[in-house]
Design a protein. Structure first.
Length: 263
């Protein structure tokens, strides 16, 4: 996130909001379309209740920190994607408690999450490092340009290592989840990519940004809700399985968008 901040200029961020329609469509895809798809798919497949709750928890948890890096690596708009990610992260502070209250009505539950907890997670993982990078670019551009290659390279290595570690460590929860659960997660990830691609625009780069940020859900927020509300182990296992499976399921789309990127 710090490396991405070094490449972003505040002027680019302000420019995006001068035509707000693409941003509003992107926010609708991330915050509304994906949870609606999750509810429809889990009900259609008649999954066990704990699995359904785990998948829906991921669907209402937006703004995965790796989403921005993966979307930019796939050719997303370099000004639009960071703005969408920051907007989603900020709105998550309000969105998560409201979404959980709505799910309590649907599932007759008593779950809750404090906005301050969501804000702390979003600040530490995303907004603070991104803001520091952007500030350095704004006030010390030569220094930012000098350190950017090394920071970017380190970020790439760390991201690849994290992905490999997630898949390796979560292989057992993935297999334990069972093929119906795996199929549901793959189906929802593909549906989220499709919804984001269709709702994104008007440029291909904006479509890529909305699709990738829609499909990458924030396991940190989902686990925060699950642990604070003493969710069943099967719920936590589903969240972890979702994290690993969605990383793999998004890869073909990312490669396709990279291949279609203008040279």
């Amino acid at each position: 996130m710090f490396a991405i901040g070094l490449s972003v200029t505040p002027g680019d961020l302000r420019q995006v909001w001068r035509t707000p329609a693409p941003m509003l469509r992107g926010l609708f895809a991330v915050l509304i379309a994906v949870p609606a798809l999750a509810l429809a798919i889990t009900r259609l497949l008649d999954l066990p209740r704990a699995v359904e709750i785990g998948i829906v928890l991921m669907a209402i948890s937006p703004g995965a920190p790796v989403a921005l890096r993966r979307s930019l690596a796939s050719g997303a708009d370099a000004a639009f994607a960071p703005n969408l990610q920051m907007s989603v992260a900020l709105l998550a502070v309000v969105w998560m408690p409201l979404a959980i209250a709505a799910l309590d009505e649907l599932y007759a539950g008593h779950a809750s999450i404090e906005p301050a907890e969501v804000l702390r997670q979003v600040l530490v993982a995303q907004l603070l490092p991104l803001g520091l990078g952007t500030a350095l670019r704004q006030f010390a551009a030569p220094a930012a340009a000098r350190i950017y290659p090394a920071v970017h390279r380190a970020g790439t290595i760390l991201l690849l290592a994290a992905v490999l570690l997630v898949v390796k460590q979560l292989w057992e929860p993935i297999m334990a989840a069972g093929w119906p659960t795996i199929g549901a997660i793959v189906l929802l990830t593909c549906a989220a990519l499709a919804a984001g691609h269709v709702l994104g625009g008007p440029t291909p780069q904006m479509r890529t940004a909305v699709a990738m940020i829609s499909a990458a859900r924030n396991a940190g927020l989902a686990l925060l809700v699950a642990t604070q509300n003493a969710a069943a182990p099967a719920v936590t296992a589903t969240i972890l399985a979702y994290l690993a499976i969605s990383v793999v399921a998004m890869t073909p789309y990312a490669l396709w968008r990279l291949w279609r990127r203008p040279r």
